[in-house]
Design a protein. Structure first.
Length: 367
């Protein structure tokens, strides 16, 4: 087995695979990637058993074959090489010889038979616009739980119909919901929970993708494909919380703010927030919003913002971090805060939707 490929082309695909490589793999083969030669290209695969990534790059192949090599070490070697042709040759006992100009390496690999089987992707049944998908993920993934005992919220819920897409994420303290309309496929009725790590890798695929990303689902897995890059992820089997019960329905008091001004003021006031709760107070009255924070061992801070509001006075509080998360991805010059009272969850939305309906629900806290 021998092949020649370009250093920059190979490095780009190795970078893509790094997100799924186990850093401290309890199963040694999960720290490896599988290289398979085809007629005029290399096929590269990596998996952690729950998430699998497959990609390819052009190569001049002289003899077909396959080999598993340590992923991190190969990545470090290729990254260190000059932008030139790299020659690979596999000898007996799975030893990979690598040559680039005057540099030479010998890397010990293992046989193909030790690499786990990767789920076979069915035909893609839906097409998701990559540009929209990037924005949708940016506005939902941050709100998903991380290693929560309620396993189902450690992912993002995807609901997909022929002309409607909805993604929802929550960690129990906040909820992010994004909806878009379009033409995604025919006879679609998909409802799946995708693990947080998989959604993060999907975002990386969407960054480099042009046009649309193919999507398919089976009983146990979801699949995404953009060109030569493909991802398979195990679905979370638990039931997602009934998030519609959390969506406010009587928040009739509306407050509008300049997004950049609010974000800058929030960053300043958050400097004096309690380090455990990160809580800030929101004092709302006609024409203004006052942000304030206090830490017993540090001091206090406050700032007043002009706001479009003419309702009753409300004093509430929330996590500064959670509020900053929303403002950083709002994608609008102005945002709207919708409240019912001081103790009920409130809702934030961008004033300009840009075709993407974004709803962020935040639970108040006690100060």
């Amino acid at each position: 087995m021998q092949f020649v490929t370009d250093q920059r082309t190979l490095l780009k695909e190795l970078n893509f695979l790094q997100g799924v490589i186990e850093k401290r793999a309890t199963i040694p083969v999960l720290g490896h990637l599988l290289i398979e030669t085809e007629s005029n290209r290399l096929r590269l695969q990596a998996t952690d058993l729950d998430l699998s990534l497959t990609t390819a790059c052009e190569a001049a192949v002289a003899g077909k074959g396959s080999l598993c090599v340590p992923a991190k070490k190969l990545h470090e070697i290729v990254k260190s090489l000059p932008p030139a042709k790299v020659v690979f040759k596999v000898e007996e006992n799975c030893v990979l010889h690598l040559t680039c100009e005057r540099a030479r390496f010998k890397l010990n690999g293992i046989g193909r038979d030790q690499f786990p089987d990767v789920p076979t992707a069915p035909a893609m049944t839906a097409q998701l616009p990559a540009a929209q998908l990037r924005q949708i993920i940016a506005r939902t993934l941050f709100a998903a739980a991380d290693q929560d005992s309620r396993y189902s919220i450690n992912g993002v819920k995807l609901e997909l119909a022929d002309s409607h897409l909805r993604m929802v994420a929550t960690d129990g303290h906040r909820l992010s919901l994004v909806e878009v309309n379009g033409t995604f496929g025919k006879e679609l009725a998909i409802d799946a929970i995708i693990p947080r790590k998989a959604v993060g890798e999907l975002a990386r695929i969407a960054i480099d993708a042009d046009g649309e990303i193919g999507f398919a689902v089976t009983e146990n897995h979801v699949f995404f494909q953009a060109g030569q890059r493909r991802m398979a992820a195990r679905r979370l089997a638990q039931n997602f919380p009934n998030y519609e019960l959390v969506l406010p329905k009587e928040n009739t008091r509306h407050l509008e703010l300049d997004t950049n001004e609010a974000a800058a003021a929030l960053r300043r006031v958050a400097l004096m927030a309690d380090q455990r709760t990160h809580g800030i107070s929101l004092g709302i009255k006609a024409g203004q919003l006052t942000l304030s924070s206090q830490a017993s061992d540090a001091g206090e801070a406050g700032e007043m913002l002009e706001a479009g509001y003419d309702g009753d006075e409300i004093n509430t509080a929330c996590s500064a971090t959670y509020l900053q998360d929303f403002l950083s991805v709002a994608g609008s010059d102005r945002v709207r805060l919708e409240l019912k009272d001081a103790n009920t969850q409130f809702c934030l939305r961008p004033v300009e939707s840009g075709g993407i309906n974004f709803t962020y629900v935040l639970m108040p806290i006690r100060m």
